[in-house]
Design a protein around this ligand. Structure first.
Ligand code: PEP
Ligand code: MN
Length: 337
């Protein structure tokens, strides 16, 4: 952090600001120019509210040279993190293929979809049991019954399960039964929930908030990590823009940016980004080409009658064709499939 003082600040005032900095446990390096004095702050500034320095009448501005996150920062952990999801490695040179219905509807539905996506190459099964719906009149998910269905299908297929946790009420049950706990876009900044995730042993899939900046998203990962759980996977799922033709706008740039800023795996959910099944193919391929560590795709055996998100769900045959092509792209960018 660098503190720029107002032009022609007197030595007494420089000394006062220096004391303010030292009282917060930092060292200083002072550069006195002809007109300007700047003070370099040395030490861990992540826990300091730098805005408070601007209260001093001699301070012109405070500039950050370091990001406010540490544990998630690539600068302190140059190699890619690899997160182990019940034996499936996510990150590094691996491509995670998460697929399944938006919502768990019945054993037969999830079983049929799981078997087909597994045959296509998927290595993790998704399915919502607790659903965050915009309308209280929409299907809210089967809740714990849905979770039991996912567990049954895992037993039958061997696919580890990914499902969304909306409330800490079910934290212990999820920690016991769910292989990868998903935190949805709407809860990305539910800080109490994030802190509690630090206590679970299961890895966390943290989706990007509807309008979250990269820094806000990484800070949410930092919350989980600072609370004790470093196994976090980030998931880009589109952000809200002025465009209404698509459900959201897929931010492909987030992939190289996040891979530069953090060492955490970054996967992409093209289904919730576009909101239309025919957009999934091109956006999934583009995401892998851009360096994504995995894809989360909604697949339904009967999308016309899906209880949630049928319009963006691929039929199993389309998913199969897509994954064959994705495998080729993955090879080109050096990922194992
Ligand atoms: C989901 O993946 O089921 C979901 C609700 O996604 P998001 O939180 O990204 O809207
Ligand atoms: Mn959905």
């Amino acid at each position: 952090m660098i503190i720029v003082l107002k032009p022609r600040t007197k030595a007494d005032d420089v000394a006062r600001v220096e004391q303010l900095i030292k009282r917060r446990g930092l060292d200083t390096h002072i550069v006195v120019g002809q007109e300007m004095t700047i003070i370099g702050c040395i030490g861990d500034t992540t826990k300091i509210d730098s805005k408070l320095f601007e209260v001093d009448p001699s301070v012109d501005k405070v500039m950050h040279v370091q990001e406010p996150y540490k544990l998630a920062n690539r600068a302190f952990h140059p190699e890619d993190s690899v997160v182990d999801v019940s034996g499936v490695k996510v990150g590094g040179g691996n491509l995670a293929l998460i697929a399944g219905p938006c919502s768990v509807e019945s054993v037969d539905q999830v079983m049929e979809i799981a078997r087909s996506v597994k045959a296509s190459g998927a290595n993790l099964l998704r399915g919502g049991a607790f659903k965050p719906r915009t309308s209280p009149y929409s299907f809210q998910g089967l809740g714990l019954e849905g979770l039991d269905i996912l567990c049954k299908v895992r037993e039958a297929t061997g696919l580890p399960i990914v499902t969304e946790l909306m409330s800490s009420e079910y934290l212990d049950i999820f920690n016991e039964k769910v292989d990868l706990i998903q935190i949805g876009a709407r809860n990305m900044q539910n800080f109490d929930l994030l802190k509690q995730l630090g206590q679970v042993e299961r890895p966390i899939l943290l989706k990007r908030g509807l309008n979250a900046t990269y820094e806000e998203w990484i800070m949410s990962a930092e919350y989980i990590m600072a609370s004790g759980n470093e196994n976090v996977i980030l998931c880009e799922r589109g952000i809200r823009t002025f465009e209404t033709y698509t459900r959201n706008t897929l931010d492909l740039q987030s992939i190289p940016v996040l891979r530069r800023l953090t060492h955490l795996p970054v996967i992409v959910d093209p289904s919730h980004a576009g909101g239309k099944w025919w957009l999934v193919d091109s956006m999934a391929k583009a995401s892998v080409a851009a360096g994504a560590d995995g894809l989360m795709i909604e697949v339904h055996n009967n999308p016309e009658f899906a209880l949630c998100d049928g319009a963006q769900s691929l039929k199993p045959k389309k998913y199969d064709e897509l994954i064959q092509e994705v495998a080729q792209i993955a090879k080109v960018v050096g990922k194992n499939v």
